[in-house]
Write a protein that binds this ligand. Structure first.
Ligand code: F6P
Length: 323
């Protein structure tokens, strides 16, 4: 391989820049020319390509967001769009691709490879952590740390006023952010799609909190397909249980930016190098991930179909500690 292109797509995630840096530098190390594609699949279609070198990725390991920009491309879902993208890759002499993003990005990469046979390796990057084949996706650790810091702040005011706070966190279809941050912030309950406890059980938790003299209650709600759903939940709970005054905080995009944690930087560095070594070893249509402290490659076809399971043990721990 002489030229490998890298791009970021979908929702940005802290650690994407560290991954771009690792991909670019691993290319240079192995004598391959790295090329950056701007604006994800949209930029691939429009021909926004730029050759890079080890200096183009200086001082970005600590930055959130993505220097290559990102987009959720509608055009790439069409045959015509994909053909234009392939023509541009061909014109620029690209021999392989590294796709950094979440499920949508990796699904696009898999479909693209199926049709045009261009070698491609994915790097999992989404704050949602909803990809199988890796224990952690890039950005999840940073995002959950941001969430926990925000909840700590809310707890101070909640306990000063005997309040019940519903805190909505991201997670388009999953409760990974909610679960981890609920445990780390000592929340009383969580509402996540993987373990729908329902309003009756939630109200029972609130009643128990009242009986146990809790000065505040924190409930973490995963947005789960409907950002803002927490307002309705809070209203309904207010109607049925009024001991605590209920308030709602939606953390929204505050969770998605910011400097990546040490964990995300190291993970991104390992996966960036692994992506290039995987391509150079002749493997394609796979995602590199980290499970049980080892980096491994899993076929994209498997990743995009399989739902990652929530850790039931963590659910149990959260329930015990909420007493
Ligand atoms: O996939 C990451 C994510 O942040 C989800 O948690 C959230 O539902 C979605 O992206 C929001 O996307 P956008 O920034 O395009 O509104």
């Amino acid at each position: 391989m002489k030229k490998i292109a890298v791009f970021t797509s979908g929702g940005d995630a802290p650690g994407m820049n560290a991954a771009i840096r690792a991909v670019v530098r691993a290319c240079v190390y192995y004598g391959v020319t790295p090329v950056g594609i701007f604006q994800g699949y949209d930029g691939m279609i429009r021909g926004e390509f730029q050759e890079m070198n080890s200096r183009s990725v200086s001082n970005i390991i600590q930055q959130g967001g993505t220097i290559l920009k990102s987009a959720r491309s509608e055009a790439f879902r069409t045959e015509a769009g994909r053909e234009m993208a392939f023509n541009n890759l061909y014109r620029h002499g690209i021999d392989g691709l590294v796709a950094i993003g979440g499920n949508g990005t990796l699904t696009g990469a898999h479909e693209f490879h199926k049709k045009y046979k261009i070698p491609v390796v994915g790097i999992p990057a989404t704050i949602d952590n909803d990809l199988d084949g890796t224990d952690f996706t890039l950005g999840y650790d940073t995002a959950t740390n941001a969430v926990v810091s925000a909840i700590d702040v809310i707890r101070d005011t909640a306990s000063s006023h005997n309040r019940l706070f519903f805190i909505e966190v991201m997670g388009r279809y999953s409760g990974f952010i909610a679960l981890r941050s609920a445990i780390a912030a000592g929340a009383e309950a969580m509402l996540i799609p993987e373990d729908d406890i329902g309003l009756d059980k939630l109200i029972a938790v609130l009643e128990r909190g009242m009986q146990n003299n809790k000065s505040s209650i924190l409930v973490i709600v995963a947005e789960a397909g409907k950002s803002g759903r927490t307002f309705q939940i809070a209203e309904e709970v207010n109607r049925r249980f009024s001991y605590y005054e209920a308030k709602v905080t939606i953390l929204g995009h505050l969770q998605r930016g910011g400097s990546p944690t040490c964990f995300d930087r190291v993970l991104a560095s390992r996966l960036g190098v692994a992506a290039i070594e995987t391509l150079l070893a002749g493997k394609t249509d796979v995602m590199v991930g980290r499970t049980a402290r080892k980096v491994k490659a899993t076929p994209l076809s498997k990743i995009i179909k399989q739902e990652k399971e929530i850790d039931k043990e963590l659910l149990r721990v959260a329930e015990i500690l909420a007493i």
